[in-house]
Write a protein that binds this ligand. Structure first.
Ligand SMILES: C[S@@+](CC[C@H](N)C(=O)[O-])C[C@H]1O[C@@H](n2cnc3c(N)ncnc32)[C@H](O)[C@@H]1O
Length: 303
């Protein structure tokens, strides 16, 4: 088993693509209207738990769209990512926001805040391994439990624990940016499918939250939530990575090529030479190539 660690640089690189993808999914989910119909704004502050929060991309995207007064508990096992929250509390997605505290003291006990047009969020950070601690979170004091880019890492048992805790406390769930296994390259390369398959096999390794479901996680979660009486909605939140679109998409596409090649080579050492050649070909055309990475967002409301 290899623990799931993610660099702050990787999270920063993907954030604008995540934000664009989530905008599209939010329209398909009718996210804000469904959430405010389920829980009218005058009910009081939104109480939100962000699972596996990284450096806060989920909050930065969601808080301005939830609006109003909010209280967030943000949880991750990686103390280094949590310590970087103050420097990352900056406006995202073009929406105004002001970090209320910018002290770089790495004290996780110090509350933080983010405010902008129409919203103010008080933020408490908690370091926790979600394999061990999921049920100990304050579920009954939450309205919404959310995560972004987490589900592919988790196993079926953990998903069922998530659904049991959600149903017992009556929270809504918003699980964003879950990979669905699609990598669509233009132009194509003869090894794309092989690399994609090896990458998917590698993705199913245990990363500390059980044998990972990878792209199967959304279907499994939808089924379990449906059985628990939830109304479940889903919408595509694909990344569109056009290498000719400038420095950022080129950097993301290159990082994805490197990551896929490393995982595929590790998964099948016999295929490593062919995978290395695929990486070279892909990097050589990256500035003209387009990649669509399939993702799904899922919103679940208590029935
Ligand atoms: C792909 S990153 C997503 C981070 C953030 N949600 C975002 O969208 O930028 C996955 C996150 O899961 C966290 N993570 C992985 N395994 C975990 C575990 N067992 N307990 C808590 N957090 C975990 C990692 O530290 C990382 O921050």
């Amino acid at each position: 088993m290899s623990a799931a660690t993610f660099s702050a640089d990787w999270l920063r690189l993907r954030e604008p693509f995540d934000a664009a993808a989530r905008e599209e999914a939010a329209a398909g989910l009718r996210l804000t209207s469904r959430l405010s119909a389920w829980r009218p704004p005058e009910t009081g502050p939104w109480r939100v738990i962000d699972l596996a929060c990284g450096t806060g991309a989920n909050l930065r995207w969601l808080a301005p769209r939830l609006g109003g007064s909010q209280q967030w508990l943000v949880v991750d096992h990686d103390a280094q990512l949590l310590q970087r929250w103050p420097e990352h509390l900056a406006p995202a997605g073009g929406l105004p926001g002001e970090p209320a505290e910018m002290d770089s003291e790495p004290d996780l006990n110090r509350p933080l805040a983010l405010a902008g047009a129409g919203f103010e969020a008080a933020i408490v950070r908690q370091q926790m391994d979600l394999m061990a601690g999921l049920e100990s979170l304050p579920w009954h004091a939450a309205d919404l439990v959310t995560a972004s880019a987490l589900l592919d890492l988790v196993g079926l048992d953990w998903l069922h624990r998530l659904v049991r805790a959600s149903a017992a406390s009556g929270v809504a769930l918003l699980m964003s940016l879950n990979v669905d296994g699609r990598h669509i390259w233009t132009p194509e390369d003869e090894l794309d499918d092989t690399v994609g398959r090896l990458f998917a096999d590698h993705q199913r390794r245990n990363k500390g939250l059980g044998p990972a479901l990878g792209p199967a996680a959304v279907d499994a979660l939808q089924a379990a939530l449906g059985a628990a009486g939830y109304r479940v909605f889903r919408a595509a939140s694909d990344w569109w990575v056009d290498g000719s679109g400038g420095e950022q998409p080129l950097a993301l596409q290159s990082a994805l090529i490197d990551g896929m090649a490393a995982a595929a080579g590790e998964q099948s050492p016999a295929s490593a030479p062919a995978v290395r050649a695929w990486r070279q070909r892909r990097l050589a055309v990256a500035a003209e190539a387009r990649l669509r990475v399939g993702h799904l967002d899922l919103l679940a409301l208590p029935g």
